[in-house]
Design a protein around this ligand. Structure first.
Ligand code: HEC
Length: 154
């Protein structure tokens, strides 16, 4: 067997071996009382954009695509979900202090304004997470208005 063949065989073996190490899925199946849509009256059009473009990494329930069982994709996804939820979890939004909620609402508007979110790697595979200009304006406007409302105590 020549060198290239040996290397390929080792790589194939490693690829197969890592398939057996699966991270736990982010799926609680529960709708907590602290869920964003329960603590704010979020209009349907705003909510459906957030659900299709953000909730996979920023909530306790991810909709897993078919390739999510293939390594190393699953690890990458698990890392994004963990880091995403640490910073912003729509399922637990109501448990944040008012101050933190306000800063997250503004943060969401800013991340969308700057095209930082959703992550670009996510947009490659999720067409409906590529937000139109109208979608972006709708979210930015609603987040800003809601943050201002909190600031003035409404
Ligand atoms: C593929 C996963 C993924 C998707 C989808 C995603 N995010 Fe994120 N988001 C992350 C990760 C990971 C971080 C943490 C980034 C970091 O630490 O630099 C983050 C950070 C953030 C932050 C910063 C929070 C803070 O306080 O620092 C905001 C706000 C945010 N995302 C909003 C959104 C919004 C709004 C959407 C949908 C339009 C979205 N994200 C979609 C993974 C994602």
């Amino acid at each position: 067997m020549n060198r290239t063949k040996k290397i390929l065989l080792v790589l194939l073996f490693v690829f197969i071996a890592i398939q057996f190490i699966q991270p736990a899925h982010n799926k609680s199946g529960q709708l907590l009382p602290t869920e964003f849509a329960k603590v704010y009256s979020v209009p349907n059009n705003v909510l459906s954009i957030l659900q299709s473009a953000c909730y996979d990494c920023h909530s306790n329930n991810t909709r897993y695509p078919w390739y999510s069982n293939i390594q190393p994709m699953a690890w990458m996804m698990a890392r994004h979900i963990k880091n995403g939820k640490d910073k912003l979890n729509f399922s637990e939004f109501g448990s944040y202090s008012v101050r933190r909620q306000m800063s997250k609402l503004k943060g969401i508007a800013n991340q969308i304004k700057d095209d930082e979110m959703p992550l670009s790697s996510y947009k490659i595979m999720h067409k409906n997470a590529r937000l139109s200009k109208t979608d972006k304006l709708l979210i930015i406007d609603w987040m800003q208005k809601t943050a201002d409302g909190l600031a003035s105590g409404n």
